[in-house]
Design a protein around this ligand. Structure first.
Ligand code: PGA
Length: 241
C-alpha cells in the first residue's frame, strides 16, 4: 500500500490567492491537503491530483450552532478527509474526548475519512514505563466510544506525540524506531478491541523533508501528518518520494 502524506496548513496562509498558489505548488497524487475552512472552495478548484481535507468538523449536520461547519457541508464541497481531535484543538479550544467522539462518529457516518489525532503530552511521556501507551489507549477508548465497528473502516489514526509537534527549533521529536513501536501497539489495540485487522495509522510531529523517509520506511507507519513543512512546497514535495 502506498503511504499517505497529509498536509495540515493550520491557520495559514494569509489570503485566498496565497492558498491557491500553495495548493498548485503541492498538488500531487497520494497527498491530502487540509487548508483552513475558508479556502476549501478555492482549493477544490485548484487541486487536480491531491485530495481535499479539512482540519475539523462539527458533530451535527445542521441547526443553531453559530460558527460551526458540518460534515455534510464539507462532503458537499468535495472534502474526503477530516482531521478530528488535533492536540491544538484539545488544548486551545478545550475539545473534550466526548466532543471528539461525536465528531468522529458524525464524520464516519457520512463515509468520510476521519483522521483522529491522539498522542501523549510531555509530562506523560516523561513518566515512562508504559504511561504513554496507557494514555493513548484511553484516548482511543473514549474517542471511539460506542461507534459501531462497521463504520470504523474509514478511520485513520494519527499518532502525534504532543511534545514533538512544532518543535523544529528545539529538535525534540520522536525517533522513527520509537514511533514504529508505538504505532505497532496502537494497531494491536485496534485489532483486539475493534477487530480492525487493517487499521491505518500515520505519524505526525515535526516531520520534514529531511526526516520523513525515516518514518515512512517503518513497516507499521502508513503515512505522515505534516504541519509546518506542508507550507513549503520544496519540503512537502520531497516527502514520500
Ligand atoms: P508539525 O505539525 O509538523 O508542524 O509539527 C504536525 C501537526 O500538528 O499535525
Amino acid at each position: 500500500m502506498s503511504k499517505l502524506i497529509v498536509g495540515n496548513w493550520k491557520l495559514n496562509p494569509e489570503s485566498a490567492s496565497e492558498a491557491e498558489a500553495l495548493a498548485s505548488a503541492v498538488d500531487r497524487r497520494g497527498t491530502v491537503v487540509c487548508p483552513p475552512f475558508l479556502y476549501l472552495a478555492t482549493l477544490k478548484k485548484a487541486l487536480k491530483r491531491a485530495k481535499l481535507g479539512s482540519q475539523d468538523a462539527f458533530w451535527l449536520n445542521s441547526g443553531a450552532y453559530t460558527g460551526e461547519v458540518s460534515p455534510s457541508q464539507l462532503k458537499s464541497l468535495g472534502v474526503k478527509y477530516v482531521i478530528v481531535g488535533h492536540s491544538e484543538r484539545r488544548r486551545f479550544l478545550l475539545e473534550s474526548d466526548e466532543m471528539i467522539n461525536r465528531k468522529v462518529e458524525a464524520v464516519l457516518h457520512l463515509k468520510l475519512n476521519a483522521i483522529l489525532c491522539i498522542g501523549e503530552d510531555l509530562e506523560t511521556h516523561g513518566r515512562g514505563g508504559g504511561a504513554a501507551l496507557a494514555y493513548i489507549k484511553e484516548q482511543l477508548r473514549r474517542d471511539l466510544d460506542n461507534i459501531d465497528v462497521k463504520y470504523l473502516k474509514n478511520l485513520i489514526v494519527a499518532y502525534e506525540p504532543v511534545w514533538a509537534i512544532s518543535t523544529f527549533q528545539t529538535g525534540l521529536r520522536d525517533t522513527p524506531e520509537n514511533a514504529q513501536k508505538t504505532i505497532e501497539q496502537i494497531k494491536d489495540f485496534l485489532a483486539k478491541r475493534y477487530r480492525l485487522s487493517q487499521s491505518v495509522v500515520l505519524y505526525g510531529g515535526s516531520v520534514n523533508a529531511a526526516n520523513a523517509s525515516g518514518y515512512l520506511s517503518q513497516a507499521s507507519i502508513d503515512g505522515v501528518l505534516v504541519g509546518a513543512a506542508s507550507l513549503k512546497p520544496n519540503e512537502f514535495n520531497k516527502i514520500g518520494i
